[in-house]
Design a protein around this ligand. Structure first.
Ligand code: MG
Length: 269
């Protein structure tokens, strides 16, 4: 073996070893060991705008298991992060991205695109799932399907799928995601299907308003039996958090992540 081939040997061994392991994107991301999902990021206590990258970063810094955000699509098919159908009194679906982005958020940040938001969620984040709510289109059911597909394609282009959970009020949006990727983690928001139905349809979680679980306490056991993830929104009162923690919910989606983290810590003592 000459000197040149000797020097290549460690590199060849490394390449071979790397081939024995799955790429990071194929290994499911391990979320922090708490049930707290910051609703639209952690914004309230620090006076940040909802759905801002700053609120996502704060949720990551707090160590939340997840940070939720809302995706909408502009008239020229840009995916942006905003809860309401309108931004600065302009309909997002009827306005081009360039016109929307002229108006910054209240902290000076620009209206985030999904690409920017996911990238922020990939940076210095070891434990916070990205809980991606795909808002139904106000224009048509078909446009909702297109939004779902575009979101899914971007998640995969950025190789961030191992840490994304898809949620929606539109069951057909979740079905579209599952058609594209049968193993995707999806959670339904509307609260009108029992966990048996979710299991049948391949939907992995019941992410329902907490009142739904009070109206149907039997769904908690039904979910466990079916290995359906239990998540409740939007839980801001201490008493409600205590009840959900006692029931052993997998996730509690809240505007008060600091309080929920504290409650969870006390419960664990
Ligand atoms: Mg939402």
């Amino acid at each position: 073996m000459n000197i040149k081939s000797k020097s290549l040997l460690p590199a060849i061994v490394l390449l071979f070893a790397a081939g024995c392991f799955k790429p990071a994107s194929e290994v499911r991301f391990k979320a922090a060991d708490n049930p707290v999902v910051a609703h639209r990021g952690a914004w309230k206590k620090r006076g940040l705008p909802e759905n801002s990258i700053a609120s996502l970063r704060t949720a990551i810094e707090l160590g939340c298991a997840g940070s939720e955000f809302d995706v909408r699509m502009t008239a020229d098919d840009s995916l942006v992060i905003n809860h309401d159908p309108a931004y600065n009194e302009m309909s997002i679906e009827k306005t081009n991205y360039a016109d929307l982005v002229k108006f910054p958020l209240s902290n000076g940040e620009k209206l985030p695109t999904l690409r920017e938001y996911l990238r922020a969620g990939m940076s210095k984040n070891q434990h916070t799932l990205l809980v991606c709510e795909i808002k139904p289109s106000e224009t048509s059911k078909e446009r909702g399907q297109l939004i779902a597909e575009k979101v899914w394609r971007l998640v995969h282009a950025l190789k961030v799928q191992s840490r994304v959970v898809y949620i929606s009020f539109d069951y057909d949006i979740l079905k579209k995601i599952l058609q594209l990727e049968p193993g995707a983690v999806t959670q339904y928001l509307e609260g009108n299907h029992d966990p048996d139905q979710l299991k049948t349809d391949g939907v992995r979680g019941a992410d329902y308003h907490f009142s739904v679980f009070h109206a149907h306490p039997e769904w908690i056991e039904m979910a466990r039996k079916n290995k359906i993830i239990l998540n409740a929104w939007t839980v801001n009162e201490a008493q409600e958090m205590d009840w959900l923690l006692r029931q052993g919910f997998d996730f509690i989606t809240t505007n008060e992540p600091e309080l929920a983290l504290e409650k969870n810590k006390i419960k664990g003592l």
